[in-house]
Design a protein around this ligand. Structure first.
Ligand SMILES: Cc1ncc(COP(=O)(O)O)c(C=O)c1O
Length: 369
């Protein structure tokens, strides 16, 4: 058996080691010059007015919802197929997620969304899942027609594009995660919101740091959800090479497509539509014919030292935490079907062509048995 092929592998460089030491020696640890520079550089990279760092995506979005004045009874349209944290902040402020089905791109289905709008709907949280942009034209039209705000969940889509524009820059608000598995990581928890709204940026900046207006003056009762200097420096280094890292992921996706083309019983991720999406392959997700085939393939790959994952095995509208709160929710047929059959293959910028061939070979061997 060849060496283990992990699901993901974090980018690292000697420059990052050096920068970490530099920060330690600088004596600045929290919300200092590295954080300020990282916020500015992220804003420039994504083409947005403000970026405000916080301790995670979840923390940043919680503060954003407070700053937006989201209140009990408000409803937000969100795909059920996403990481559970996508919906936690809204629930914490008393608002309700309204779960929508997906289409064949694994992202929220605009037609399904339309059916779920009520007079309590205030916003949409589309998730650019697996590094592929949602259909933003359709989503922005629905928002416009119904007076809804949008927060783009870009936890998995750093650098992806929709019609040439980076995801996160298309609407008024967006949020990013820098968790270790993400396309841009800070080797720990970290996150940020992007916003075009000066007042929202000011409020989130104030709330993340104990509601401070000044060192000893507190405008509001806030939180300690700050970002730190070591991770700021790491993030800045990662941002400098993000396009290069994403190119590595896109190259690996092409290798997988070539190696797995025409294999029966397997659906590849949707290809990019020229001039529309530019996917950054946070994950490379295939779909099998049935749940038992998915399970036995995952098991067989594991035995051969190949790590796989399922993102996500239980859709959010079926999570115990959600049914406990809202009872049984309407069924979402495509989400429920696909979550039984999807499988995430090893995907990271430094994966080699040989490693991709090994994974593809093992899949073919298992499926034609
Ligand atoms: C789509 C999506 N949204 C939100 C989150 C939450 O990010 P964080 O762990 O930084 O709070 C994640 C990370 O798991 C994610 O993948």
């Amino acid at each position: 058996m060849a060496g283990k092929i992990p699901l993901s592998r974090v980018y690292h460089s000697e420059t990052i080691d050096r920068r970490i030491l530099e920060v330690v020696k600088s004596g600045n640890f929290i919300l200092g010059p590295e954080c300020k520079a990282f916020e500015k550089e992220l804003a420039a990279f994504f083409g947005v007015k403000h970026v405000v760092l916080s301790s995670s995506w979840t923390a940043a979005v919680h503060l954003l919802h407070i700053a937006q004045g989201l209140k009990p009874g408000d409803e937000i349209l969100v795909p059920s197929l996403t990481a559970f944290p996508s919906i936690e902040p809204m629930i914490h402020v008393g608002a309700k997620p309204v779960f929508c089905d997906i289409d064949d791109t694994y992202t929220i289905c605009p037609e399904d969304m339309k059916k779920r709008i009520t007079k309590r709907t205030v916003g949409i949280l589309p998730v650019h899942l697996y590094g592929r942009s949602c259909n933003m034209d359709a989503i922005m039209q629905i928002a416009k027609d119904n007076g809804l705000w949008i927060i783009e969940d870009c936890a998995q889509s750093h650098g992806a594009r929709w019609k040439g524009r980076r995801s996160g820059s298309l609407t008024e608000h967006a949020a990013f995660s820098f968790y270790p598995s993400k396309n841009l990581t800070v080797y720990g928890d970290g996150g940020a919101i992007a916003t075009s709204d000066d007042e929202i940026a000011r409020k989130v900046t104030m709330l993340r740091n104990h509601g401070r207006k000044d060192k000893y003056l507190h405008e509001k009762v806030g939180y300690n959800l700050r970002f730190n200097e070591i991770q700021g420096a790491i993030g800045r280094e990662q941002l400098m090479v993000l396009d290069e890292l994403n190119a590595g992921r896109r190259r690996a996706a092409e290798w997988y497509r070539r190696e797995l083309a025409g294999v029966k019983g397997l659906v590849l991720p949707p290809a990019d539509v020229n001039g529309e999406t530019e996917t950054v392959y946070h994950m490379f997700v295939i779909r099998l014919d049935s749940n038992p085939i998915r399970e036995s393939l995952g098991k067989s790959l594991k035995e051969q030292g190949i790590e796989t994952g399922v993102h996500y095995p239980v859709p959010n509208h079926l999570q115990p935490a959600i049914t406990e709160l809202y009872g049984q929710l309407p069924s979402l047929p495509k989400t429920e079907d696909y979550t039984q059959r999807i499988l995430s293959l090893p995907m990271f910028p430094s994966i080699t062509e040989d490693e991709v061939k090994t994974v593809a070979g093992a899949i073919k061997q298992c499926l034609v048995k």
